[in-house]
Design a protein. Structure first.
Length: 134
């Protein structure tokens, strides 16, 4: 009833890149695909890491890179947002501060993996640190 956090513990889920803290955890988004829930983490130069979220405990597991074809060290991810734009396909939008770009990725409706990531043709972006999609 107070809103205070309790029983917090630092954990390193299996599958996280070595030294992931060095790469800068810049953003976390929780998103459900069907009956599965995933945590998507923007890890600066390591891209996006997707972890399964246990619906009962909230524990993260089965973490792995989900970069949609973009190699580690190629982008510098800052933020991630999701939208289905009212249709059946879900998209992830990932901001990149170094390229001053936004990547658009298709989200696989079965696995939750990011696929076919490509930079948008948006112009006038200068080091986007975050984004929201409504």
């Amino acid at each position: 009833t107070t809103g205070l956090l309790s029983a917090c513990a630092a954990v390193t889920p299996a599958g996280m890149p070595a030294n992931y803290g060095i790469y800068g955890l810049t953003n976390i988004k929780i998103f459900s695909i069907g009956s599965s829930t995933y945590a998507y983490m923007a890890l600066a130069s390591q891209g996006v890491v997707k972890c399964s979220v246990d619906a009962t405990t909230g524990a993260l597991s089965s973490c792995a890179a989900s970069n949609g074809g973009i190699g580690n060290g190629v982008w510098y991810t800052n933020s991630i947002a999701f939208s289905n734009l009212g249709g059946a396909t879900t998209y992830a939008y990932v901001s990149d501060i170094n390229l001053s770009a936004i990547y658009v990725c298709t989200v696989n409706s079965t696995s939750g993996d990011l696929t076919s990531c490509a930079t948008t043709t948006a112009s006038g972006l200068t080091q986007p640190l975050g984004l929201s999609v409504f």
